[in-house]
Design a protein around this ligand. Structure first.
Ligand SMILES: Cc1ncc(COP(=O)(O)O)c(C=O)c1O
Length: 444
């Protein structure tokens, strides 16, 4: 592969020093892909090329890049209050932010626990679920149910409940978790928006797990409303509703991981609202602070929080938290981000742009190798036929060739995922489709 970026003056020792996450380090360091600036819809590479961001960085820069409002808020906060101890002391901004988030959330998902990432949010949610049942005098309700192809970050709870074997198999025993099947059904190929088939039946597979373990032993089911990292796997119509019904019927908490779907990706603040199904606990991160400062937040129903509020008042009701929970700088970034979403009506913009992205992606149906196309809001995926004996290589080559042509996308397995910032315009959506068409025609 031809070298396309300069090394930005980095020495081999410097390149070696950073052990990069989820990256083929040797491949990358032989030919680094380095960004040095970002503004609006574009990154600038180390060799001075403009790259259209078709992936919101990594599902997080929903309002685009270089937002001055966020930079200013962060700078002000650093000078005013750089850090405040997260335990036993507080600072006003975290309470204001929590209230604002609670007001955005559906129903009574009104109690907000802050952390620093989606992975921390996932493990926090799982711990809350187990501790909730213990606090209710039902300590045997500890089993956790995830879903095949689910992604809930990389901490031990997250890789256990997650359904990606590649992320778990290297690390020894995980939590003992059962998994629902994923909802990628052949009869739903090339659906536009939520697929029509199999929703109720796929959700009813929870009954098999309940039969196996007994609902009296199950704490929670955790899923993404749509699975992002596995390649935009959408819930067929009726799926989430049926899952909600079953969880109600069997007294099992329903946890939505909205790390990707939260903060506008579906055209509503949360997928819970877009899909009309409200969980008991909801995890978020990424778009909460536009990716500018790490932050995560777990939303719990009031009843869950209230259940914890017992025992001696000076004892922490939940023995859990992070040094940087509700970090003042992250709170400032989140507040400024929410202002942008609101003032620029970016979630409504997602609704109006979604049909354009749908049209653009589905126009690629006749391209070589394409075996499925999926879309929802400003997220989409193009699934390719894997090359025999070389799983994920074809999609990787498509993404790298797109990058060479000035477009940032992401591959996951043999799927190419698209998730642009909400400030994208229709011409840029066309550019994504045109580039992909040309690249798909070139890659063998
Ligand atoms: C649904 C979901 N949950 C959790 C995570 C983990 O988030 P983080 O990488 O911030 O730990 C991700 C990251 O992509 C995600 O997509």
């Amino acid at each position: 592969m031809a070298e396309i970026d300069s090394f930005a003056g980095l020495s081999p020792d410097e390149l070696d020093a950073h052990w990069m996450p989820f990256t083929g380090n040797r491949q990358f360091k032989a030919n680094p892909r380095l960004f040095v600036r970002a503004e609006g819809m574009h990154y600038t590479t180390a060799d001075g090329r403009q790259v259209l961001d078709g992936f919101s960085g990594l599902w997080c820069c929903n309002a685009g890049h270089g937002r001055k409002e966020i930079a200013d808020a962060v700078a002000r906060q650093l000078v005013e209050l750089d850090y405040s101890p997260a335990f036993q002391f507080g600072h006003p901004l975290s309470f204001k932010l929590a209230k604002r988030l609670a007001d955005m959330a559906p129903d009574d998902l009104n109690r907000i626990f802050f952390c620093n990432s989606g992975s921390e949010a996932a493990d926090t949610a799982l711990k809350i679920a187990r501790a909730y049942w213990r606090a209710k005098g039902r300590p045997e309700k500890i089993r956790l149910i995830g879903r095949a192809q689910g992604y809930h970050g990389v901490n031990f709870g997250g890789i256990s409940i997650g359904g990606m074997p590649g992320n778990r198999k290297h690390f020894g025993p995980a939590l003992d978790v059962d998994h629902l099947p994923h909802t990628l059904l052949p009869e739903n190929r090339f659906s536009r928006g939520l697929p029509a088939h199999g929703g109720e039946a796929m959700a009813a597979r929870l009954l098999d797990i309940i039969e196996l373990h007994g609902a009296e032993n199950i704490a929670a089911v955790m899923i993404e409303p749509f699975a992002g990292s596995a390649g935009v796997i959408l819930p067929p119509k009726g799926y989430l509703q049926r899952l909600r019904e079953l969880c109600n019927q069997y007294e099992i908490l329903l946890i939505f991981d909205e790390v990707i779907t939260g903060f506008g990706r579906t055209g509503a603040a949360f997928a819970a609202e877009a899909f009309g199904v409200v969980p008991d606990i909801m995890t978020t991160a990424k778009g909460i602070s536009n990716g500018a400062v790490p932050m995560g937040a777990v939303f719990a129903r009031e009843e869950i929080y209230n259940t914890f509020m017992q025992g001696p008042e000076h004892i922490p009701e939940l023995a859990h938290g992070y040094t940087y929970s509700a970090h003042p700088v992250a709170c400032a970034a989140a507040m400024a981000t929410l202002d942008i979403y609101e003032h620029e009506k970016l979630f409504a913009r997602v609704q109006s742009l979604a049909p354009h992205l749908e049209e653009a992606l589905h126009s690629l149906r006749d391209c070589p190798h394409v075996i499925d196309i999926r879309n929802c809001g400003l997220a989409g995926a193009i699934q390719l036929q894997p090359r025999a004996g070389e799983a994920s290589k074809r999609a990787m080559e498509v993404v790298l060739e797109s990058y060479r042509r000035g477009l940032l996308l992401r591959w996951t397995g043999d799927t190419i995922a698209v998730a642009p910032p909400f400030i994208i315009d229709t011409a840029q959506i066309e550019t994504i489709a045109k580039t992909l068409r040309a690249v798909l025609q070139k890659v063998d």
